[in-house]
Design a protein around this ligand. Structure first.
Ligand code: HAS
Ligand code: CU
Length: 537
């Protein structure tokens, strides 16, 4: 009974996630066409910015949040082997999130919330957009509570035992999200909503950007952790081996949680409202947070190497060829790691305070995050869907071959689309621009790259449609099987207490957050600089 509830909950969350994903790809396609300037009838800055805002919100907030919730419910029930705690609360959270998305969608589609997914003031959206976004966050907190309660109950019932790795990481993500979302929640409740409602007529954009930065960096790790769960807990088995080290994996999740939070100012290097010393401090933390990703690369590749050798691969690289490339989970991991090399390299360039001046607000930045988020992270979400759909629907995956074609397509399309963005950024193209109407030597030099973007975008759209089609066909026409599998990667290792709970880490996060955000936020109330003028006057 409870099993069926969990499956239904996961499936309902996943359909919203992947429905949003499919839709957002159409907006993306329109954007590359519009920007190329080739199709004059498509050119409209108003339509472009409505589209890019909707695309960003759907991909970054709707796809991710619903996927993470669905995956979390499944992981908790399966890996802890206990019923879901409080299903009505889970459905209520789902409902709040869906209402939030619907509320935000109306102004977005009407062009009344063309504020991009970062909604930085002083550009203002219709109040329903802020309300909808806030409800999406509030609904996701229900999920966090359920994950943490299940984590705590399991530990209470089994003192001294080690929490299975997938649930340890899921609980870390729930905690991370509670800490992370506090920044944007404060911005929304105390600044954006009163301003959009007309209760206040000024807004302190420096404070708003600081609070958003609090959320903006760790939110990317909220998206990343489920991908890492798949890399650690599904990929080694799928490749025919086992995880190289459970303790290294736990260490990586703890480091992401602790180091990912206090470093948001690397999004504000070029902003005037924070001092250079604070930015420098956040830069040091940003370099430190690359360590858990390096640990992850090492551990996952070591696991793959062990699997490849077990399958008969010899020599320095022979194990790579011996891996089961025709297994969607393994193929996804390989492609995902390849994109992480360049996407991570771009991140390190961004993070370097001085070099950030070269790439900030250029097309390089969307190049970076499409490669690492839409590439590395989403590829793993797709692989998880291929793995779980049969289990959720009791039907065999409609076509493994098509799934492989789809994953290759997503990889090839992403590389074709993001390489030009990196180059365009270095050529000085600003990010977030619609078609340029003028012909200078500079803008003419952008043109060949704009064409490559259309090619990349088309492959991506085709791949996304194939993905949604495969899920649909699996659910409706897949051969019926009993595909229930037990939890992946149960770990029997005796992890030390500090890698089996979060009490210590929570305290450390509190100290780090006070150190890195305390004064930078207080200064807005302590320093009497100038009184802001009302926007629009
Ligand atoms: Fe980022 C901007 C720095 C990771 C997402 N980032 C963004 C934005 C997004 C985003 C969405 O410091 C735009 C925000 C906006 O709209 O304004 N980012 C970093 C750094 C990392 C990083 C240092 N970002 C991510 C991840 C994301 C993401 C993950 C999404 C999920 N990012 C920045 C900065 C900015 C920024 C600045 C602001 C830019 C600006 O000016 O606006 C690091 O975590 C990256 C660490 C990764 C590595 C790579 C290691 C490679 C490995 C692979 C090994 C594989 C091999 C191949 C060898 C160091 C582990 C194996 C092959 C086989 C065949 C098996
Ligand atoms: Cu960041």
């Amino acid at each position: 009974m409870n099993d069926a509830t969990v499956n239904r909950l996961t499936l309902f969350n996943f359909w919203v996630a992947f429905g949003a994903f499919g839709l957002a790809c159409f907006f993306g396609m329109y954007q590359v066409l519009e920007r190329s300037g080739l199709f004059t009838f498509l050119q409209s800055p108003a339509a472009y910015f409505a589209s890019v805002s909707t695309h960003g919100v759907l991909m970054a907030f709707v796809l991710t949040t619903f996927f993470i919730m669905g995956f979390g419910y499944h992981t908790a029930a399966r890996s802890l082997r206990r019923p879901l705690w409080n299903p009505p609360l889970a459905w209520a959270g789902y409902g709040v999130c869906v209402v939030g998305v619907a509320l935000a969608a109306i102004p977005l589609l009407l062009g009344k919330a063309s504020v991009l997914y970062t909604f930085y003031p002083p550009i203002q959206a219709n109040v329903f957009f802020y309300l909808g976004a806030t409800l999406l966050v509030v609904g996701s907190w229900f999920w966090c509570v359920i994950m943490l309660v299940m984590f705590a109950q399991w530990k209470r019932d089994r003192p001294g035992e080690t929490v299975p790795l997938p649930m340890f990481a899921t609980a870390a993500n729930a905690l991370l999200w509670l800490w992370t979302s506090a920044g944007v929640a404060l911005e929304s409740v105390f600044q954006l909503l009163p301003w959009a409602l007309g209760l206040t007529d000024t807004i302190d954009v420096g404070l708003a950007r600081t609070l958003f930065a609090w959320t903006l960096h760790p939110i990317v790790y909220f998206w990343l952790i489920p991908a890492y769960i798949a890399l650690y807990c599904y990929v080694p088995q799928a490749a025919g081996g086992k995880l190289f080290s459970d303790l290294l994996a736990r260490t990586a999740f703890v480091l992401i949680l602790v180091l990912g939070l206090p470093i948001g100012f690397h999004h504000l290097y070029m902003d005037p409202e924070q001092g250079a010393g604070w930015k420098f401090l956040h830069m040091v933390g940003t370099f430190a947070v690359a360590i858990p990703t390096l640990l992850t690369g090492f551990t996952v590749i070591a696991s793959l190497e062990m699997a490849g050798r077990k399958r008969g691969g010899a020599g320095l690289f022979g194990w790579i060829g011996a891996l089961p490339w025709k297994n969607p989970m393994v193929l996804a991991a390989i492609l995902s790691l390849l994109m992480l090399v360049l996407g991570g390299f771009g991140g390190i360039v961004n993070a370097s305070y001085a070099m950030n001046a070269m790439v900030h607000n250029t097309a390089w930045v969307p190049g970076h995050f499409h490669l690492i988020f839409a590439g590395t992270v989403i590829t793993m979400y797709l692989a998880v869907a291929y793995k779980l759909w049969p289990e959720l629907c009791g039907r065999r995956l409609y076509s493994v071959d098509l799934a492989l074609v789809q994953l290759w397509g997503w990889f090839i399309g992403m590389v074709i689309m993001t390489t030009p963005w990196h180059i365009l950024g270095l050529l000085g193209q600003p990010r977030r621009i619609s078609a340029v109407q003028y012909n200078s030597v500079l803008t003419l030099s952008w043109e060949p790259y704009e064409l490559a973007m259309i090619a990349g975008g088309s492959i991506l759209l085709a791949s996304a449609c194939l993905f949604v089609y495969l899920l649909y066909k699996t659910q409706t026409a897949g051969e019926k099987v009993d595909a229930r599998e037990d939890a992946a990667a149960d770990s029997n290792h005796g992890a030390p207490a500090w890698l089996n709970g979060f009490a210590l880490w929570n305290r450390l996060i509190l100290v780090l957050m006070v150190l890195s955000y305390g004064y930078p936020i207080l200064q807005f109330f302590l320093l009497k600089t100038h009184s802001p003028t009302a926007w629009g006057y």
